[in-house]
Design a protein around this ligand. Structure first.
Ligand SMILES: Cc1cc2nc3c(=O)[nH]c(=O)nc-3n(C[C@H](O)[C@H](O)[C@H](O)COP(=O)(O)O)c2cc1C
Length: 352
């Protein structure tokens, strides 16, 4: 087994183990993916990755972080996604959509304008979360039970749109300090109802959403979940690897096929904890302790390193973010370096 071995998840057949990690582009208007997204995602499909995952895609307008994020809550967005999906498929790659709600980390200015909270005049909105715990200087409003149920319905509708648009898989973004994470981490969740308190209660919002989404997507379509495996906070409230093992067991039981083991979202991670392949250990631990397939992400930048993750069985997928910005042809270059087979688009054959 190596980086260019196929992987089958339910009825999805990936031609290799290289994934383009979701990366927000802050380049959309009205949540509609446009020419930038077609070229950005399309060129990485040309570049040979087996699976491309879209940037986090909001299930509702108040799930955006900035007004330039993408969404999938209306027909126009769905149609534009379908066009991108078609192009990626024409290149022989598969494409997943990362469904997302920012919760208390929403209503922010574009990163080029400093990502500070938007004013009402700028189109800002009241952000809501599990609890009224401050995040980035803003105190969100706690969600009511009715609002939680409504949010789950928005995930269901977005999943149905994603299926119609032709996506091969769906990933729920349950990491990086966004809404699902704001529920399962006790750093933020201070609720006293059935969605707060014990670990079982704090993971309930995510688990119920998984159940509801699983019901409306085809049996043959894999469902992925990205989690923050650890909060990188050494207090009893901080989410730990052991908590992630407990969560992953339930996710597996509920029909989740693969977990991306990411981390953090509420605090800056100290520099000594970030080094090449620093989160592979989490993917390995979840896989070993629960038997679920996992994806490794974080500072995986070269062919030999990526191949080692797969060859050693440490994870099932290698998920590459920034290196794919530096090199859209990461997969083709990796195959060349490793002297392994990859098909090159006929239009580009004379160059490789
Ligand atoms: C520009 C940029 C945007 C990102 N946007 C997302 C996102 O939309 N969803 C997500 O789960 N992670 C996002 N991330 C995190 C990456 O997917 C990845 O987990 C992280 O960059 C570590 O991988 P790397 O070292 O290969 O870059 C983003 C990272 C970057 C650099």
């Amino acid at each position: 087994m190596n980086l260019f071995s196929t992987l089958v998840l339910r009825e999805l057949n990936l031609k290799n183990r290289i994934v383009v990690s979701p990366m927000q582009q802050y380049s959309a208007k009205n949540g509609i993916p446009g020419n930038w997204h077609l070229v950005h995602l399309g060129s990485r499909a040309v570049g040979g990755a087996g699976l491309i995952i879209t940037e986090c895609t909001a299930v509702a307008p108040d799930g955006l972080a900035t007004l330039n994020d993408v969404g999938i809550w209306n027909d126009e967005q769905e149609k534009s996604w379908a066009n991108i999906v078609d192009f990626v498929h024409e290149q022989g790659a598969k494409i997943g959509i990362q469904l997302w709600h920012s919760g208390g980390k929403g209503s922010l200015r574009h990163p080029n304008l400093g990502m500070k909270p938007l004013s009402a005049e700028e189109g800002g909105w009241t952000v809501k979360s599990s609890s009224a715990t401050e995040m980035n200087g803003v105190v969100p409003q706690p969600l009511t039970i009715e609002e939680i149920e409504n949010l789950q319905e928005q995930f269901v509708k977005a999943a149905q749109r994603a299926v119609r648009a032709g996506f091969d898989t769906i990933e729920l973004h349950a990491g990086h300090g966004y809404l699902f994470h704001q529920f399962y981490s006790a750093l933020i969740n201070k609720r006293q109802d059935k969605y707060g308190g014990s670990l079982e209660n704090r993971i309930r919002f995510l688990i119920e959403t998984v159940e509801k989404v699983r019901l409306v997507i085809p049996e043959g379509m894999p469902l992925l979940v990205r989690i923050s495996t650890v909060d990188y906070v050494d207090t009893p409230e901080g989410w730990s690897l052991q908590d992630s093992v407990s969560l992953s067991k339930v996710l597996k039981e509920k029909g989740v096929d693969l977990i991306t083991a990411s981390g953090g979202g509420f605090t800056n991670v100290s520099k000594d904890k970030v080094y090449p392949g620093y989160q592979v250990q989490f993917a390995t631990a979840l896989k070993a302790q629960t038997g679920i397939a996992t994806g490794a992400v974080g500072m995986i930048t070269d062919a030999a390193q990526a191949n080692e993750v797969i060859e050693s069985g440490h994870a099932d997928l290698v998920i590459v973010a920034r290196e794919h910005l530096r090199d859209p042809y990461f997969a083709i270059h990796a195959a060349k370096t490793l002297k392994l087979e990859i098909s090159i688009p006929w239009q580009y054959k004379r160059a490789f």
